[in-house]
Structure formats: C-alpha cells, structure tokens
Design a protein around this ligand. Sequence first.
Ligand code: GDP
Length: 446
Amino acid sequence: MIFEGLADRLQETFKKLRGHGKLTEDDVNEAMREVRMALLEADVNFKVVKDFVKRVKERAIGQDVMEALTPAQLVIKIVNEELTELMGGSQSRINMSPNPPTIIMMVGLQGAGKTTSAGKLGLSLKKQGKRPVLVAADIYRPAAVTQLQVIGKQLDIPVFSMEPGTDAVTIAKSSLNYAFTHANDVVIIDTAGRLHINEELMQELKDIKGQVKPHEILLVVDAMTGQDAVNVAESFNKDLGLDGLVLTKLDGDSRGGAALSVKAVTGCPVKFVGMGEKLEALEPFYPDRMASRILGMGDVLSLIEKAQATFDEAQAKEMEKKFRKDDFTLDDFLAQMQQIKKLGSLENIMSLIPGMGDIKKKLGDREIDLNGKEMRQVEAIIRSMTPKERANTSIINGSRRKRIAAGSGTRVQDVNRLLKQFEEMRKMMKKVKKMQGGRKGFGGFK
Ligand code: GDP
C-alpha cells in the first residue's frame, strides 16, 4: 500500500497525542520530532521535512493549541492542511487548449513508464469523450513503436508512426497534420527516453518543443526511485520547463518520498499517478485526499467513486438484461441490497468522514438505527418467501402474507408495504423502458 510505513507511524504518533487530553508544549515538540523522523524514513527530502515541521510547529503554537478543547485534533488538522499544501494544495489539471488539438508531450527516462502512461492518458481522455491520437516519436528504443501500437490497438486509439529512420521532430510535426485531417482533438507524443539525462536527449526534446509548441509537457517519473525521481524532475524542469508530472508505480511505493517532496522541490505539480500496470490504472492526483489517506482519515470521495464504478458496469448491465425481459424479481432486489451493504454500514461510512461524529450525535442514534432496522426487516421478509413467491409477487395472497409476516417476525402491514414499494419500483422501471423506446442501454451503458 502507498505510504504504508508513514501512515502507520503518523497515526501511532497522533494516537499518543490524543491520549494526553490537554497538551503541553513538550507534547507537541515530542510529536513533531516523531513526525520528522517518520517523514525522513519515508524518504522525503531533508529540507522539505525541515520546513514542514517548522511550519506546523509555528501554526500549532500560534493557534493556542494548548488552550483548545481538543488540542490533538487541532494538531492533526494542521498537519493535514500542511501535507495537502506540500503536495500542491488543490488538484492540477491538464491545460486543454481552447483551439484543438491540445498537444501533450510525454517525456522521461527509460523504464519510468512513459509509453504505458501515454496509453493510460489516452484512455482516460477517450472516456471523457475526447478523440486522442498517440504519436510514436521514441525512435531509439527498438520496441517502443510496436509497444505503443499494441497499446493503441488494445484501447482502440489511433497511433501515428512513420517509417524507420525518420527523425523524431519530423514525426512530431507530421502528427499534427494527421490530427487535423482525422479530427483528433488531443495529440499525445511519446518521446524517446534515455537511461540517464544527457545533452543529446535534452536537445531533441527542446527541438520537438520548439516545433510543435505543446500545451502541456508531462514528465513521467517512477515513484519507487524516491529522491532520484525528484532530482530527475528538477533537471527536466530546469532544461525543458515542465507543466506537470505523472508519478508512476505508486502502487508499489510504500514510502511515498517522491510524492511528498517533488512539488515542494521543483514547483511542478503531480497531475496523475500510476497505480498499476493495467491501462485503467491512472488516477488524477488529489493532494487533499492523499493527505487524508496518510493520516488515516479515510478517503471517502475515492471510496464513493470506486463504489460507483463497480456498481455501474457489472450491475447495470445485468439489471438491464432482467429489466428488458421484464423479470426483475424480489431476488434481484435482495441482491441489490446486498451490494449496497458491501459498502459497509452507514455508520462505518460516516465514521470515515472527519467531523461527522458530531453530526451523528445531533441526529441521534435512533434515526441511524432505524435505517439499519428497516433494511434488516426488508431482508427478513423477502427471505421468508418461497422462491415462487419471490419470482412472482402476484401470487402472494392474504394467507401467504400472514405466513410471511409470522416467518419474518414482522406485521402484515410491513409485508404489504414492501410489496407495494416493489410494485411501484417495477412500474417506474417500465416507464423508463418505454421512454427509452428502441434505444439500447440503461443508465448510460451500452
Ligand atoms: P518507458 O520506457 O518509460 O516507456 O516505460 P514503459 O511504459 O515501457 O514501462 C516500463 C514498465 O513499468 C512496464 O513493465 C510497465 O508495465 C510498468 N509500469 C508503468 N507504469 C506503472 C505503474 O503505475 N505501476 C506499475 N506497477 N507498473 C507500471
């Protein structure tokens, strides 16, 4: 897991701090000493750590943390804010040109994941409705052009390449004509890498930059190389000028030093992170969510997005089938409920949101409990029905209703209410189906 070591150390430190109730200046100093050690162990740049700890201390003491009602909470809040700031504050996006095509130049050393990331970025833009083209301008690594072609084929994204022997600048320039004639609104140029930074490489990249005038130069660096990645970013930024970084292999980076220091050292924001070898494994970089993750405050937004993604694709497709055949049954209804439960209880989810504890108290336990109880009741009622009844609710007459109520420990009214709700739901589904007419798909999925 990313930041595993750091997350463990920081959470341990703050747990101790929480146990103190009122804090003395010594307590804060001691905690900050531990934070400093934890960051250094995570391979965060030495100077970055020094500045970070200094800022947190200043703020903590300036804000009268010692006088606060929940001093430990306030220290954590400050650390969270400063970590977010360290990683760039808010999310940095790609500069999309108002006059397409937007030209993106991918640069980086060999093996950093440049070609893979070019493909991943293409996929992510395609999903947003763009029409990207990938440009094979890495003419030195023998397999690079073929690799990009394979990726393009897999993703159904066109790849522009030229005869062997053509120089990279000509390829890059010609790709723009291709984009114009094929109505591609984003051009992603995969440039050559080297094992080390050298003059020849930089000159070629500068030449391409001068000729195609990219809107965005993205440097791809391997997070697992820690401070080396930061140094590479510094050199590229000095020589070429960068708009942003793609930090790859974060899935295997348990320390996180590069992710935490690169913005502070180079001034370049991380725009994307690579989270695996699969072409879907590219995520926008959100400093605030990352900071919360490190501090064990959960990352609810990402959780919700992930949940939505899992539900949508597989579930909606399956449901669509049932729905088209008009055989959505109480069993399916139950299956959907189980899916929702997989996300965890409402209480669990709420506890992931900082500050939600207070709101929960105000709401009162009753309301939340009722929710859980209602869910359990519905489940019990459906489970007390025979398979035949679940498949065809119209056979559930008065005596069956009585039996089901008794079996599920509920009242006949409860059974009636559930059946009525289910009928309404089916009616609504039929309406949607009619509205969709001959159109394929449900919920936006083909
Ligand atoms: P290039 O030389 O910079 O073009 O590097 P490649 O795109 O060929 O990638 C080098 C290796 O790193 C390949 O085996 C990729 O599958 C792998 N790779 C790239 N990005 C990631 C990532 O985010 N996570 C992991 N685990 N592997 C990655």
